[in-house]
Design a protein around this ligand. Sequence first.
Ligand code: DC
Length: 231
Amino acid sequence: MSKKITIAIDGFSSTGKSTLAKQLAKQLGYIYVDTGAMYRAVALYAMQNDFIKPDFFDKVGLVNGLSSIQLEFKFNSDLGFAEMYLNGQNVETAIRTIEVSGFVSKVAEVSEVRAKLVEQQKEMGKNKGIVMDGRDIGTVVFPDAELKIFMTASAATRAQRRFDELQQKGDDVSYEEVLKNVEERDYIDTHREDSPLIIASDAIEIDNSYLTREEQFDVVLNLVNEVINAV
Ligand code: DC
């Protein structure tokens, strides 16, 4: 059997990180972890407990509440991936709304939130055989990952993809609103003090503005095979 490696996928929002990570995990029989879902679940918890609203953020309240947040991924064999549970409740749909997207970057700026989630993520990857996507996987969570991918695409391309997804789900939202959210999150994610989104020096950058999912998958699978054969 080939040696198991750690695959870190970072990049801007809506660059298709999770699609690629799910494809790779399925192909390789690896665990897939969507760390954005964990930050989204914490943002949902903050909203449910009135710690965050437009123009209001009770960071101390959220930090004090962190010990009562239990996050868990449970594999759904019908969907073929693990769904996010917050304190025993399936929140997979609830964490994907535009409201949660509007608050999540602010929640992800809080160092105590990051420390808690990073600890859990490191634990999940300790036996390798994992594909994890996020913003700080190759830089903070798994700096020694054998393969690091950094995904980019133009803001307009990404907003269009997210807009199409939300429309399909019946979310009543305008393209302009989605583009604004994408640009705001890019700004916060790249400018925050703790673990900003930066490309790791040993990451391979892939701009998928003009790549189909299949083309992108082929490119990355070749990279994975090269790395696995070399370790
Ligand atoms: O990948 P996503 O759009 O679902 O992520 C939601 C937010 O969570 C994103 O705006 C930044 C934050 N995030 C982060 O700070 N670090 C990660 N490892 C993953 C996500």
